[in-house]
Design a protein around this ligand. Structure first.
Ligand SMILES: Cc1ncc(COP(=O)(O)O)c(C=O)c1O
Length: 461
């Protein structure tokens, strides 16, 4: 299936279409998250088309999109249902500003998302990228305290190695050195508290014990600073950019209780982990204990998968208490934030098609079933491999770490390139190899993913 040679049949004198697009890209496109000087050695895959989990280059070589194109794709590329919804929307209303106007896709999406929280989060504010949603949540938190006469509450806490995006505000609550350090002089100061990452367990300690230890660290901060603290921001259940660091849901319950006790907002950044990725529609749902009252964050950020991976859409769901803090005759007490494409109808329509699938198809159950197959296939192939540690899974995210002594130089880049030769688009984070595939795995995909991932591993180590 994958082939490393170009099968386009071009004359040997002419560069292949793949090479042509790569060269033109190098000459004109500044690629994200990329040291451009290395691009000649790690040229981008020139993607001609995509279908289902497959990306295809101009020579017809196929790559399994094992990371769902930066964690955005849910139901595969060129999904018939989302395509149809978008085509219809395109002929109806492509875009209109959302200040002074409204439209069905934004209203329906806000209603349906709120209903999914049992109306605990009653209003939706729309934006485009994940980082914008984080900016909005931070501003909303601070401004709502200010409107309530608590303007001193302007500090934020975030988790060790947490990631919330790359704009200046989002970066200020991000603790990933490679993204943050160069801009550190520009950033507001945040409090970084212990992460609940279960990999930190001491002998005899469970994941829940680590989570409680991390919550105790946050408690120490809130005890001393609560009068100045606006919000705690966290990625529920999986800190993805930290290297798929997973934690026990008890952490979310503990943080919710601490935030209530110290009057601090809880911002759940579900940009990567929302929309079923961790096994429930919202990751935060897993904090609920059967028989006890539902708990929710005060602000919840969504992006990436909400549009099925089609269009830039992000949003912040806000509690009624926060929303009501902005209602006033004074314009300046309103939330005057805006982006030109806020609530774009096409993006919202794609999101509605995503919600239709969750409502009408057993998406989560199907993921549990096919997910179990992938877990078993990986376990069978990785069992007893002493070069690996922390083999783990949460919902539709699988990860393992290669021990430091085996990883060697530029592990992630070497693994990525070896993955290409195996017909995989896979990009480890540091020494962490992970799979975050679209929700359409069948038995053939499972076997392919497991075999090719392990073959890549053997080729690299
Ligand atoms: C948890 C989390 N928050 C925020 C972001 C930023 O989203 P965007 O890249 O769309 O700005 C990301 C992106 O990976 C993310 O994983």
């Amino acid at each position: 299936m994958p082939a490393s040679s170009d099968r386009s049949g071009s004359s040997p004198r002419l560069p292949s279409p793949n090479a042509t697009w790569q060269q033109r890209s190098l000459a004109s496109v500044w690629h994200p998250c990329t040291q451009m000087q290395r691009l000649a050695e790690v040229p981008p895959i020139a993607v001609a088309r995509a279908h289902g989990p497959w990306l295809e280059d101009f020579a017809g070589t196929r790559y399994f999109d094992a990371t769902s194109s930066w964690w955005v794709n849910l139901f595969g590329h060129a999904d018939a249902r989302i395509n149809a919804a978008l085509k219809q929307q395109l002929d109806t209303l492509e875009h209109v500003m959302l200040a002074g106007c409204t439209h069905a896709p934004a209203v329906e999406l806000a209603e349906r998302l709120s209903a999914r929280t049992g109306h605990a989060l009653g209003h939706t504010f729309f934006a485009s990228d994940g980082a914008s949603a984080v900016e909005i949540a931070l501003k909303m938190s601070f401004h709502s305290w200010r409107n309530r006469g608590l303007g001193d509450k302007r500090e934020f806490a975030c988790l060790r190695h947490g990631y919330h995006g790359e704009t200046i505000g989002a970066l200020a609550v991000t603790d990933v050195a490679v993204f943050r350090d160069a801009y550190d002089p520009l950033l507001m100061r945040s409090h970084v508290v212990m992460a609940p990452d279960a990999r930190q367990a001491e002998p005899g300690e469970s994941a829940a014990d680590v989570a409680r230890r991390a919550a105790a660290d946050l408690q120490r901060l809130l005890e001393s600073r609560h009068e100045h603290m606006a919000a705690v921001i966290l990625e529920p259940l999986v800190q993805c950019a930290a290297g798929m660091a997973m934690h026990d849901p008890v952490y979310l319950r503990e943080v919710r209780a601490l935030c209530d006790r110290y009057q601090v907002h809880l911002i759940a950044d579900e940009i990567a982990v929302g929309c079923g990725r961790t096994g429930s529609f919202f990751a935060f749902e897993q904090a609920l204990v059967e028989g006890s009252a539902p708990i929710w964050p005060d602000l919840l950020c969504l992006s990436k998968g909400i549009s099925g991976g089609y269009l830039p859409l992000s949003l912040v769901l806000a509690s009624d208490t926060i929303y009501e803090a902005f209602l006033d005759d004074d314009t300046a007490r309103g939330f005057l934030h805006s982006h030109s494409y806020t609530g774009n109808p096409l993006a919202c329509r794609a999101a509605l098609a995503v919600l239709d699938r969750f409502d009408e198809e057993p998406v989560l159950q199907r993921n549990r079933d096919t997910g179990a197959l992938l877990t078993a296939a990986l376990a069978e192939r990785l069992h007893g491999d002493a070069r690996l540690e922390h083999v783990r899974q949460r919902g539709m995210i699988w990860a393992f770490d290669v021990r430091q002594e085996f990883a060697g130089e530029r592990f992630a880049e070497r693994f990525h390139l070896a993955g290409r030769a195996q017909g995989l688009l896979i990009r480890p984070i540091g020494r962490t190899v992970y799979l975050l595939p679209p929700y359409l795995l069948n038995e053939e995909h499972v076997a392919y993913l497991a075999e090719r991932t392990v073959a890549t591993l053997h080729a690299v180590l």
